[in-house]
Write a protein that binds this ligand. Structure first.
Ligand code: FHN
Length: 568
């Protein structure tokens, strides 16, 4: 039959007319070009919204982890039949993220509890079979594209509910008699194919739940290839390849493992500019919504963001929406405060790289082209003194108000600003140079802590002796696997009187016998001995004045590792 020429021409004309819109939508929503540049949009973005949500918000307990713990598994798994978030509004969620200055959103499409927030054909345990009957993942992905925010998906490798995943609740502690990891792996890959084909292009596939024994690096490599084959421009985090340190906040990125960036959790990552990284952190304490969950102050929120950017990393900041679909007003207000600050000073965060001065508790620095943005949280007297740089400062401008002054010598740069112009949270001074500052080598501040150890895990800075004395419970001194005896020591700047000690052993119990000592002259004298330590060890003793102390571990079941030693 002869095609109707008029109709064909009309169809061709309408398609041609639609092309620019399709191209624009693709451009707005498409994740960036593949390969090397694919991370560029993400690194420039610096700040994203993490969303942990599911039927468990009805109970206000932690997603995944409360299954079979605070909430019996049978009850947990039935919650979806009451889940009806009638106030869910994807457009509102996205505009909250935009008002906060966030550039991408990562939604838990499936957490460890196995509940699926999209219209999956591979299980009935999904949002379409709730009283809500709406594909919230579809609505959020579309709203992101309409508002120019990159949509990303979190996906848990472990699934404590699925009969084929070999471990179950609580917390993966109960093996399933009929678990079949190969069959589960097909399910896992099938669901990721659905997400990539039907909800893509995605900005990031944010894997999690990789730490348990059923998952292997080999499976991670296979899954990484599978996902990359479906979307070449996709960014995939390092948890697909079991490349972080268990569930600890620090990340011992195992470089040969797959994954495009490191993922320190609930702690600001250490300075690292040779490999991208992103801290994920909750705005409250819990990942999923919890009533009256203490919320971080604006100072904590903003300084965390600045410290991440100063360390050359991103911040993925988490909110847990309520069971009716709303995000708490107080959390929205906090995010709007962050957005107002970024609207004013975002130029010192977005599209910058970290350094050259590595972050400390008092300051951070970011840089772009011929400018360094110095962020000062705490001043030591009238000025702040920085290690010298092999580049000449041309001018200094206080972006947060007032008049900045500087004196530059070869070995130091002193920057000052009138007290009246110092900001409570972050005083920003832009230092302009004649040429690009992007190749200046990162430089740290001499550590005030003088700590040593007999052994450090793979000689990695992340696990150095200082980590046991830095006041950060998320960092730790660690020793090589299999180490049975080791010591860690702290040197005081001057003779110091001590009368008690608190020790937080990480990955306890490993220490089986130890002695706690102080140094007198060249000799180590024992204050007390003990067997097990644990996370909350405390001991008082007759006061002594010492130049140094050390924890001498005489026997351990495996490489001892200490998160914190506090002296008083
Ligand atoms: O167990 C999860 C936890 O619930 C949360 O999803 C975090 C977010 O990064 N990831 C795991 C713990 O590392």
């Amino acid at each position: 039959m002869k095609p109707n020429l008029t109709k064909t021409i009309a169809l061709a004309v309408s398609l041609l007319a639609a092309l620019p819109l399709i191209a624009q939508a693709a451009a707005d929503s498409a994740a960036p070009p593949a390969n090397a540049e694919r991370l560029q949009w993400w690194r420039d973005a610096r700040f994203g919204m993490f969303i942990h949500w599911g039927p468990i918000s009805l109970k206000g307990t932690e997603i995944g982890w409360s299954r079979g713990a605070q909430v019996p598994s049978e009850e947990y798994d039935q919650l979806y039949q009451q889940f009806n978030p009638t106030n869910f509004n994807a457009r509102q969620w996205v505009s909250i993220a935009k008002q906060a200055g966030m550039k991408y959103i990562v939604l838990t499409t499936k957490h460890h509890d196995g509940f699926c927030l999209w219209d999956t054909k591979l299980t009935d345990y999904n949002i379409m079979n709730t009283p809500f009957h709406r594909d919230v993942t579809r609505e959020l992905a579309d709203a992101c594209r309409r508002q120019g925010i990159v949509f990303c998906a979190y996906h848990s490798i472990c699934d404590w509910r699925h009969p084929d995943y070999p471990l179950g609740s609580p917390g993966g502690k109960s093996p399933k008699p009929d678990g079949n990891m190969d069959r589960y792996n097909q399910y896992l890959k099938g669901q990721l194919t659905e997400l990539l084909k039907n909800y893509g292009p995605l900005g990031v596939l944010w894997f999690d739940g990789e730490w348990e024994s059923p998952w292997t690096v080999a499976r991670g490599e296979d899954l990484y290839r599978h996902c990359r084959s479906l979307q070449d421009s996709l960014i995939i985090n390092n948890r697909v390849g079991k490349a972080r340190d268990g569930m600890a906040g620090t990340t011992k990125q195992i470089h040969e493992n797959p994954g495009d960036y490191d993922t320190p959790e609930q702690t600001v990552g250490k300075f690292q500019n040779q490999r991208p990284w992103e801290t994920c952190m909750t705005i409250c304490n819990q990942w999923a919504w919890k009533p009256n969950d203490p919320m971080k102050s604006l100072e904590q929120c903003l300084q965390t963001l600045v410290l991440c950017a100063g360390g050359d990393g991103n911040l993925l900041f988490n909110v847990g929406p309520m069971p009716d679909g709303r995000i708490e007003l107080r959390q929205i207000a906090r995010l709007q405060e962050m957005g107002a600050w970024l609207a004013e000073y975002g130029d010192a965060i977005y599209r910058t790289r970290g350094g050259p001065w590595k972050p400390t508790k008092s300051l951070a620095s970011t840089r772009r082209d011929k400018s360094i943005f110095l962020h000062v949280f705490k001043w030591d007297g009238d000025s702040v003194t920085l290690p010298g740089l092999p580049a000449k400062v041309q001018r200094a401008e206080a972006l947060t108000g007032g008049r900045a002054e500087f004196q530059q010598q070869s070995d130091k740069l002193v920057v000052s600003i009138p007290r009246a112009n110092r900001q409570e949270i972050d005083t920003i001074i832009r230092l302009d140079f004649e040429q690009s500052v992007m190749d200046l080598r990162p430089v740290g501040f001499p550590s005030q802590i003088k700590a040593t150890a007999s052994n450090v895990y793979q000689h990695m800075d992340d696990y150095a002796a200082e980590s046991a004395f830095d006041g950060n419970p998320d960092t730790r001194w660690a020793t090589d696997d299999g180490t049975k005896q080791a010591w860690v020591a702290l040197e005081f700047p001057a003779p110091t009187r001590i009368s008690s000690v608190r020790i937080n052993e990480a990955l306890a119990p490993r220490v089986q016998k130890f002695e706690f000592q102080y140094r007198e002259g060249d000799d180590w004298k024992t204050l007390f001995t003990g067997m097990e330590l644990g996370a909350n060890f405390k001991r008082s003793f007759e006061p002594v004045t010492a130049r140094a102390v050390r924890l001498n571990i005489l026997d351990a079941t495996d490489g001892p590792t200490i998160a914190e030693i506090k002296l008083q």
